[in-house]
Write a protein that binds this ligand. Structure first.
Ligand code: GLU
Length: 284
């Protein structure tokens, strides 16, 4: 079994991260637990947060093989796969601003569905071309998954195995068809103009590159798994087993966020908590 913990170095690790990392580490047992730094958002990633992640995880008693994979080192690989998708007509360049998309959603044409999915507003198709462009892939535009074209070449329903639970208790063999994908996912952005990639594309390529067999992560990412499974099929990659876990909440029942410094691991450390105390706090 190969598991991983994949934090973004954009703030302090809190109790929710500790739970996720400890669970992934414990589940790997005799297998391998890997750490990956998800730092594609270079406007928010900071070296000091990355250093703090290593320090906090070591303090918790976790070990992992080095060198650690960092997404900022893998932009060429992401670009290569996007090029392949472009050449096969599975992505198109999106010329709309967020404002254009919002305006189209605010004044929907007849028959247009206004929905939100795991990636926010479902793109209403306003700048999707009629057919694939016979030009080199542009690098100054967002690139969107051309879901309808992808679905033509894929076998449905899509399936994956969930050994944890989704937010509505979803577990076991999960399957979803083309109609559900079109209605709940749509043409998600696979490459942001400012990044040359996206969370969805990078996470799928990196989990495959690292040979991850079991993905342990919070329930908030359960819905995004559908996007990941479609990308795995399209790119000819294996689908790992998924284990989505409960979220650690604050006293008011809100899920913890990076800005909740009050729950930062470093704060508990400074107050003298032991790694065993942290395990107890998160129910492990
Ligand atoms: N980097 C993501 C985060 O910090 C986790 C991604 C994942 O586990 O798939 O929320």
């Amino acid at each position: 079994m190969i598991t991983r913990f994949a934090p973004s170095p954009t703030g302090p690790l809190h109790l929710g991260h500790a739970y996720s990392a400890l669970l992934a580490h414990d589940m790997a047992r005799d297998g391998t637990f890997l750490l990956r730094i998800e730092d594609i958002d270079q406007t928010r990633a900071r070296p000091e947060w990355e250093a703090q992640i290593y320090d906090d995880l070591r303090w918790l008693g976790l070990t992992w093989p080095t060198p650690v994979m960092r997404q900022s080192d893998r932009l060429a690989q992401y670009h290569d796969r996007l090029n392949w998708m472009w050449d096969n007509g599975y992505v198109f360049a999106c010329t709309c601003s967020r404002r254009d998309v919002l305006a189209a959603m605010a004044a929907p044409q007849e028959g247009m569905l206004v929905l939100t999915g795991p990636d926010g507003l479902i793109y209403p198709g306003i700048c999707r071309p009629a057919c694939p462009q016979d030009t080199p892939m542009p690098t100054d535009r967002a690139l969107r998954l051309w879901l309808e074209r992808a679905l033509r070449d894929l076998t449905t329903p899509f399936t994956f195995t969930e050994t944890g639970k989704g937010p509505d208790g979803e577990t076991g063999a999960i399957s979803f068809g083309a109609d559900e994908a079109l209605a709940s996912i749509g043409d998600v952005v696979l490459s942001r103009r400012d990044m040359g990639t996206s969370y969805h594309l990078s996470v799928v390529l990196d989990d495959a590159a690292q040979g991850i067999t079991h993905i342990v992560r919070g329930q908030d990412l359960f819905a995004a798994t559908k996007i990941h499974v479609i990308l795995q099929r399209l790119l000819g990659l294996p689908t790992p087993i998924y284990h989505h876990h409960r979220l650690i909440r604050d006293d008011q029942g809100r899920r913890l966020a990076k800005r909740d410094d009050a729950r930062a691991l470093s704060k508990y450390r400074a107050e003298g908590a032991s790694p065993g105390d942290i395990r107890q706090m998160v129910g492990l």
